[in-house]
Design a binder for this molecule. Structure first.
Ligand code: SAM
Length: 201
């Protein structure tokens, strides 16, 4: 046992390679995963609801998309696959998560279109047509708010952010807080206890 959380910067947990299989929009994925990252053994149910219920980017989407808190990269890979002319930024504080996401981008043949980065390594002038996140609720409410206050303002003027949060982990209070911050927030879907929020300016 170690004290690692999934958001530890440099996990010391045994890397124990694994594979996670899932399907989204009739495409099958088999991605590399490992100990020390979020939901290492299966596609997280919240992420599954997000990818099922949010509007995946159109095939001709261009510009920059963000997977905020990419983990081993399931969202980034689905975005890169469905929007082959877009660039996908996959950002995480966890170095192992970043390594896995880079490996998974290579697996799906999207190395040149997936930019894997630590948060401070994303150039400040990049703005996002879409932000996708199953955000790290476990960092605490203040940390979560700081994270969203840092990245949501980087949405392009007509951009859209898709978030999934479990209701019992504060999905509805996050909805209210975002609205109080001046964002337009719609509950796009509610399934299996997860709220899928669509956030625009
Ligand atoms: C709930 S997990 C989702 C992971 C992945 N997107 C998935 O669906 O399986 C949230 C991720 O956010 C990352 N994270 C935590 N704090 C962060 C921060 N300040 N900036 C970026 N990512 C962060 C964690 O390391 C974790 O990988």
């Amino acid at each position: 046992m170690t004290g690692d959380h999934y958001f530890t910067a440099e996990p010391t947990t045994d890397a124990q390679p694994r594979e996670v299989e899932f399907s989204v929009a009739d495409r099958d994925y088999r991605l590399a995963s490992a100990g020390g990252v979020f939901s290492a053994t299966r596609l997280d149910p919240g992420t599954a609801v997000l990818l099922r219920k949010a509007d995946l980017p159109a095939a001709d989407t261009t510009g920059e998309l963000l997977d905020l808190g990419c983990g081993f990269g399931p969202i980034a890979c689905v975005l890169a696959d469905t929007a082959p002319t877009a660039t996908v930024w996959a950002v995480d504080v966890n170095a192992r998560a970043r390594e896995l996401t880079a490996a998974n981008a290579a697996r799906i043949g999207a190395t040149d279109r997936v930019r894997v980065a630590a948060p401070d390594d994303v150039p400040g002038d990049v703005h996002f047509a879409q932000i996708w996140s199953n955000p790290p609720i476990r960092i605490g409410k203040e940390g979560l708010h700081d994270l969203l206050l840092r990245w949501l303002p980087r949405l392009a003027p007509d951009g859209v952010a898709w978030l999934v949060v479990a209701r019992h982990l504060g999905g509805d209070s996050l909805h209210r807080w975002l609205a109080d911050q001046g964002w337009q927030v719609e509950r796009q879907a509610s399934q299996k206890g997860f709220r899928v929020l669509r956030v625009t300016r």
